[in-house]
Design a protein around this ligand. Structure first.
Ligand code: CP3
Length: 341
């Protein structure tokens, strides 16, 4: 199926584009009343993720409603720990929670390396969504980066500091590397499976990069991200490490097409650090979308000019917040789509 809109793929590969493509992290979700309607029919978040028909429906909603240039498959990064042997629950208003966590060498040896068949519901959702999208826009698949997945597996829930996970790095570095390698191998299998199922592009989320020092980030995070980048060569691939300003120069050396930036970094400085061989994605502060429309337009256009006409995928610097107004979100997408250099 030939894509009718392949702007994002061309931008990622550094090919010429007529305008800057745009999508938004967390575009499928609670900002859309249409999502909340589907969600309320379901037993819970996990049921939605694990039922391909529903995952497909909410994946396509932002394409119809917001007019974004890509869909991202509705799932969660926590499906990998579950496939490795640590089931999660999504607690209402609290976030993820794991009954079992990893603490010892035997906990690590008991974990399996995930195979695409362990996550057949994601593969089925991708295949169905590709069919339903009918070539309108590319479909993005994703996974969590090894360090972020490790952090949830040790901690067992979200955390402000991830101090238990960091303690493990300092006290059990050999075990930490064993676990990170198992997560990496699982993630490569999982992403390869997503490509086979039909994903046109992939993104890695390292949401908790910012709690590590630059040295720790090289040793416990980037090394594994590099393995994943080296293994994924079939489709454009974005690495988004939140708050990893200190790692930008190193990230420029990764074997990926694109690097996601959050709003805390200067755009020109990031370009200089990362180099010209990568597409940059980002990096509007999601809180801008609480502002009035004139401010949204002014700031969005300023961002577009700072990135320039090529090698940029417009996005936020992190996910949409659930209480943002859908009309403002849609307006941001429109401003990007209407802008010409
Ligand atoms: O639209 C999209 O971006 C696709 C879907 C998507 C979800 N999670 C759905 C979701 C994606 C790409 C993710 C990734 C994810 N999940 C990350 C990395 C991105 C980031 O935000 O840093 C992380 C850290 C998680 C783990 C996670 N999932 C947490 C901490 C939470 C609770 C906080 C929250 O936002 O509610 C979730 C739940 C979650 N994942 C929801 C959605 C739509 C909300 C659940 C609901 O509808 O009740």
């Amino acid at each position: 199926m030939a894509l009718k809109n392949d702007l994002i793929l061309r931008a990622a590969r550094g090919e010429k584009v007529e305008r800057t493509p745009v999508w938004l992290m967390r575009q499928a979700g609670r900002i859309l009343p249409e999502y909340r309607a589907v969600r309320s029919k379901m037993g819970g978040f996990k049921e939605l993720v694990e039922t391909p028909e529903f995952a497909c429906e909410v994946t396509i909603q932002p394409v119809d409603i917001l007019g974004v240039d890509a869909a991202i498959i509705f799932s969660d990064i926590l499906v990998i720990p579950e496939a490795m042997g640590l089931p999660y629950q999504m607690m209402e208003a609290k976030g993820p929670w794991f009954e079992k966590t990893v603490q010892t060498a035997s906990d690590i040896s008991n974990l399996k390396i995930a195979q695409p068949s362990d996550l057949h519901y994601v593969m089925d959702a991708i295949a169905l969504t590709k069919k339903e999208l009918n070539g309108r826009v590319p479909l993005i698949g994703f996974a969590g980066a090894p360090w972020t997945i490790f952090a949830y597996m040790i901690e067992g829930s979200g955390s402000k500091t991830f101090s238990k996970a960091k303690k493990f790095l300092y006290t059990e570095p050999v075990l930490a590397h064993q676990l990170l390698q198992k997560i990496t191998d699982s993630t490569i299998n999982y992403l390869k499976g997503q490509i086979v199922a039909g994903a046109d592009m992939l993104q890695l989320f390292d949401s908790w990069a910012g709690v590590l020092s630059p040295e720790q980030y090289n040793e416990f995070a980037l090394k594994y991200i590099a393995q994943i980048c080296d293994a994924i060569t079939e489709v454009p691939f974005t690495v988004f490490a939140k708050d990893a300003h200190f790692a930008r120069r190193e990230m420029g050396k990764l074997n990926c097409t694109s690097i996601g930036l959050d709003w805390t970094v200067d755009i020109a400085e990031s370009r200089e650090m990362i180099g010209n061989s990568k597409t940059l994605q980002g990096n509007m502060d999601p809180c801008l979308l609480y502002a009035d429309k004139a401010t949204i337009k002014k700031e969005a256009e300023k961002m577009l000019r700072a990135f320039g006409p090529q090698r940029h995928i417009a996005n936020l610097g992190h996910g949409l917040y659930p209480d943002l107004d859908k009309d403002k979100v849609k307006y941001f997408v429109e401003v990007v789509k209407e802008f010409r250099f």
